[in-house]
Unconditional design. Sequence first.
Length: 188
Amino acid sequence: MSIKETLLSRADSQCELCKATENLTVYEVPPVDSADSDKCILVCNTCDSEINSQALTPNHWRCLNESMWSTVPAVQITAWRLLKRLSSESWAQDLFDMLYLDETMLEWAEAGAEQDNDEPTLDSNGAVLQAGDTVTLIKDLEVKGANFTAKRGTAVRNISLTANPEHIEGRVNGTRIVLVAKFLKKSN
């Protein structure tokens, strides 16, 4: 049985991400040293082109709310990577926070995650931000979906960088949020 036939059977002839039934193709979940059905998923043309593009269409990926719970590791890893790329969307960040991968799967997910941007993340003064830095807000920011305003002067400790060099992630008022780097100042 070919890989595609195996995947069609496993996925009930549906895209394993969005459940579309037309124009299905095999997607090898990187890094792949040898292709087999455990390292591949069945995707539609829309999902395939989105996975391989620089910009994602957030509304298309709301389907990850269901597919992230698949029992197939390759589907879970693809969902993890997509949710990570969509982390500026509050709904995607919430799903990403819920998704648990064991150590082996997390290594696989991180090994193939895109490091497509070598551009540094800069604060409002042009200082390069690194993961683990502490930053201070330089203006009040309304936090969408969390019903509070992050006040000017608030320190955000132990930040994380995102795939987008214009954004960082950090905790404000106990909530993990995405912040625009141009509204931050690196603390010494």
